[in-house]
Write a protein that binds this ligand. Sequence first.
Ligand code: 5GP
Length: 115
Amino acid sequence: MAEETVFAKIVSGEIPVTLLAETERVIAFPDAFPQAPVHILVIPKTSAYQNVTELAASDPGLLAEMVEVANRVASEHADGDFRLVFNNGENAGQTVFHVHAHVLAGGLKEQTLGG
Ligand code: 5GP
């Protein structure tokens, strides 16, 4: 079995976070190293999927639930507009292999992709 990730420890409560949203299958919490005025992570509670490609292929409904939660936290913590980033693979910058969406929001209009 793959080694437990930091996000599995967050789901189990071993590492405490401020929960910003929770559904039966998804949680959202602030990123520890924010890259935008609002930077929230949305993750499924299951550790079954390492990245968004695996998730989309196996459980598109769960992916849709993550997008719904992203939309909700962007409305509650910013103006409702948001950028949704999934790093897919080590060479794309993925460091935690438990699928997660970065919700980036708050004054990003002038910021280009990657800028
Ligand atoms: P990745 O680089 O895999 O796409 O994103 C992983 C993200 O998880 C990074 O933005 C990093 O700041 C965040 N992160 C890593 N460890 C922790 C943690 O213990 N708590 C929280 N809240 N975020 C974390």
